[in-house]
Design a protein around this ligand. Structure first.
Ligand code: CJB
Length: 835
């Protein structure tokens, strides 16, 4: 309030307000101004990187004007806000997205051309913002796009990692990790050096009696690390609403470094505190579907959660409302268990800082709708647990609060199930193991009013397996499903502009990008010859573009008329890239065994892989190695030629996905049934007119329901049979599929080199119980690929399938997800801006 300009001077302000550029002339002026002033360059010294920087700054200015107005309006209306807490935001590039969302790409294209640049080259200069591992982080990014596009008052909260997910290089067929330093120039963020929060760690807790005779806890000592806010504007599509993604960066509280130590010659320790503090937001943990229990990771979690909650509470307190109204003003979505400490931190703020009684505080914390928790996996190795000793050391007061929450919770359970000791052991927030552990998922369920899975099968599975007891305790209503979705703006309009334009021309407008169900009108056109021709041409052009990229990056020539078969995602045994490459070897052996005349009749195929392995995941790295080893044999085999090519694309990321997704004929989503919570790339491929070969897992099941069984290739065992099969492998006799056995023999003969390296992959199937059911599903997988080949031979029919599938994908827009969350979990309304 103190910083507000007095009424009489406001006219002068209004007269001087910056206006956003509208024409390409105005845009050019902005670009040149940024080149000359922000970058201190000139037309004699402006390369593509500088042109990218200036273009981005011009768009950033535009976004921030809209951002200011959006925030002012939300504050003025005092509207309820949603806060999406996520340790990962896999945003990818921002410029193309910003230009399209504000509807200025054509203007920018003309302006850049005038100034001597091609817009594609300029867009290509941008470094991906890769602050995430895979599906979980990309989902958060799609949700931000939808929240802004649908005018919801919403903020994302995360960490500003100095290093995002590592860059993957393939050297001699092996993955090598290179740090991803992406901040040398990042025009998309606004440092807010005035928005800081002191975050406390370590220390001890003292109980004292206050003046009112009440016993209160005082957390003292330890160290303080400062959180500094960096804001990233998130533009909605076709709306002035521009939301905020606030990322926290850590810095030492005692200034830059210790001058006393520095002056006395103790250089190293003079910067030690600074370095320790900065380490917190230094690097993203590169694990997907795996938790490693490292102290620094817990520090990251608390640092981020404490700063974000402080920020939210500060904002809430300005409104002078009573604490009871907090859940009516604030909805917080916990993206996985990573931010679960927020529940404990809010209880601590209310009890220790605000002086509320425990029970009232807990009512507010667990109020409806306060916290919602999204679960993304049932894999036991991914469920977070923290050693009690570590929590005690780092966050002594929080451990006490966790124990108290657990005590009251277990008392509540005991009342319901008086004679059942086992249930208390099973559901306790504290696992009585050696060492004792805090089970974060249990804490998240106890503290949230809704828990959701991310696809129907997954939401059913959590209710019947890992969280079964909690359904008994809290009733089925605490558990719900929100099937994942993707933003059609990035994954259709941006990645596949020609397809987007073709669809718009047939539907009469671009409205489908905001209401994806409108795609269903395309079904009326499946027999339209001209339309089908254009559709097929666009797919072909996208394949040509990918073939060019493959040539540039791997040196391998691939035939764009071949069937492009793509599997790109994190490398994980449960996602079964090993099944795919074993299938490729089987295809290779089959081709080799054919007489040349017979071979000539076969359908050419390009098997394309991409994805990162966690640096410590040895088996995943062997899978990458095998794919590359098979590629170097097959791609150089003259008997085979174009009939089979095997490509591993280095450093798969969001911007590469934008080239890859529009270019698939078939994509592989072949996880062992019951292991992939949802999957979202399956949706991206189908939305771009590719078909799927997949298991009955995650969202594949709902995709099948929507597109129809004729337009997807399903194979393999069902999730309800997995347990019995695993049991049989261990306790019965386990015979390997004969075709797979031949594949193994070939590998062991040394056809692909390094017999020793690949022996563990084979042993996992043959000797160690084949946990992922590779052998059980192999036959069905191979047979289904034959059906794919057959179907692809009939191009007429294939295009009909492709169009029909796209027409029926409306359900998988992340806009639909956001409406479901808003309605069923957050109880929040959009706040459209009219200007
Ligand atoms: N997921 O990306 C991750 N990381 C994890 O640690 C756990 C789960 C993925 O989340 C996606 C978004 O919900 C899901 O589509 C995907 O199946 C799941 O593996």
């Amino acid at each position: 309030v103190e910083a507000s300009i007095p009424e009489p001077q406001r006219e002068a302000w209004k007269r001087s307000q910056t206006a956003a550029f509208k024409s390409s002339d105005e845009f050019e002026k902005e670009v040149v101004r940024h080149v000359e002033t922000s970058l201190a360059r000139s037309m004699f010294n402006c390369d593509e990187k500088a042109a990218y920087s200036a273009t981005s700054l011009a768009f950033r200015d535009r976004l921030i004007l809209d951002w200011n107005k959006t925030q002012q309006r939300q504050t003025y209306r005092d509207s309820k806000r949603v806060y999406y807490f996520s340790l990962e935001f896999l945003m990818g590039r921002a410029l193309d997205n910003a230009m399209l969302n504000v509807g200025m790409k054509d203007t920018a294209k003309a302006g850049l051309a005038d100034l001597g640049f091609r817009i594609e080259d300029i867009i290509g200069q941008e470094h991906d913002a890769a602050l995430g591992n895979g599906g979980l982080g990309r989902l958060a990014a799609c949700f931000l796009d939808s929240l802004a596009s649908l005018d919801f008052p919403a903020w994302g909260y995360g960490l500003r990692y100095r290093y995002g997910i590592f860059k993957q290089e393939i050297i001699d067929g092996y993955q090598v990790e290179v740090p991803d330093y992406w901040l040398d120039f990042n025009p998309w963020e606004f440092p807010r050096h005035d928005v800081t929060v002191d975050v406390q760690f370590f220390g001890s807790v003292k109980k004292v009696t206050n003046e009112e005779g009440k016993s209160v806890a005082i957390w003292e000592g330890g160290e303080i690390v400062v959180a500094v806010a960096y804001d990233v504007p998130i533009p909605g599509y076709d709306t002035p609403t521009t939301n905020n993604l606030r990322l926290w960066s850590s810095k030492a509280s005692g200034g830059e470094f210790d001058f006393q130590k520095f002056n006395s010659g103790d250089y190293e320790s003079s910067v030690a505190e600074q370095q320790r503090a900065e380490t917190i937001s230094n690097v993203l943990y590169p694990n997907d579907n795996l938790e490693r229990g490292k102290e620094l990771r817990l520090k990251q979690q608390y640092f981020w959660v404490a700063a974000s909650l402080y920020d939210i509470v500060r904002r809430f307190k300005k409104s002078k409302r009573a604490w009871r109204e907090f859940p009516e003003q604030v909805a917080i979505q916990l993206n996985d268990t990573h931010p679960t400490l927020a529940i404990v931190e809010l209880q601590r703020i209310l009890v220790d800082v605000e002086g509320l009684e425990w029970d009232l505080a807990w009512e507010i914390v667990t109020g409806t709708p306060q916290f919602g928790y999204t679960n993304h996996t049932v894999l036991p190795e991914a469920l977070e647990k923290w050693p009690v000793g570590l929590v005690q050391h780092l966050l002594p007061r929080h451990l006490q609060i966790i124990y108290d929450i657990n005590l009251f919770f277990l008392q509540y359970v005991e009342k319901q199930f008086p004679d059942d000791r086992d249930i208390l052991t099973r559901v306790s927030i504290i696992e009585e193991s050696q060492p004792k552990m805090v089970r974060m998922a249990h804490l998240a369920i106890v503290g949230s009013h809704k828990v959701n899975g991310v696809a129907e099968l997954h939401s059913d599975l959590i209710k019947t397996t890992i969280f079964k007891d909690f359904v008994e305790i809290f009733g089925p209503d605490r558990f719900t499903n929100v099937t994942n979705g993707i933003t059609p703006r990035r994954w259709l309009h941006q990645a596949n502009p020609r397809l987007s334009e073709l669809i718009a021309s047939k539907l009469g407008s671009h409205e489908f990008l905001k209401d994806l169900s409108q795609l269903n009108k395309l079904e009326l056109l499946v027999q339209d010859k001209e339309f089908k021709k254009e559709w097929a041409e666009i797919k072909f052009a996208n394949k040509v573009r990918l073939a060019k990229y493959i040539k540039e990056t791997t040196g391998v020539n691939v035939n764009p008329s071949a069937l492009f078969d793509v599997q790109v995602k994190r490398i994980h045994e449960y996602k079964r890239q090993q099944l795919n490459i074993f299938g490729v070897i089987h295809r290779y052996l089959t081709l080799k065994a054919m007489a040349p005349a017979e071979r000539k009749k076969q359908l050419p195929r390009v098997s394309i892989f991409g994805g990162k392995a966690a640096p410590g995941y040895w088996m995943a790295k062997q899978i990458i190695h095998l794919i590359n080893a098979v590629g170097s044999v097959v791609n150089n085999d003259e008997d085979i030629g174009d009939l089979l090519k095997v490509i591993f694309l280095e450093d798969y990321n969001v911007s590469k996905a934008e080239i890859i997704c529009p270019a698939s004929d078939i994509s592989e989503h072949i996880s062992t049934a019951g292991t992939e919570a949802s999957g979202t790339s399956n949706m991206k491929f189908v939305l771009n007119g590719g078909l799927i070969i997949g298991t009955c897992d995650g969202a594949n099941i709902e995709i099948t329901r929507e597109v129809g069984e004729n337009n997807i290739f399903l194979f393999g065992n069902l999730s309800e049979d997995v347990e019995d099969l695993r049991h049989a492998h261990t306790y019965g006799s386990h015979t390997i599929d004969p075709d797979l056995a031949k594949v193994f023999e070939e590998i062991q003969k040394g056809t692909f080199g390094s017999v020793h390296d690949f022996s563990a992959m084979i042993a996992a199937v043959k000797d160690h119980g084949d946990y992922y059911l590779v052998s059980d599903d192999f036959h069905s997988y191979i047979e289904t690929h034959k059906l794919v080949d057959e179907a692809y031979r009939n191009q007429e029919e294939w295009v009909v399938k492709s169009i029909t599938a796209v027409a029926r994908m409306g359900f998988f827009s992340s806009d639909r997800c956001i409406y479901e969350y808003a309605d069923g979990i957050w109880n929040v309304e959009p706040l459209p801006r009219r200007d």
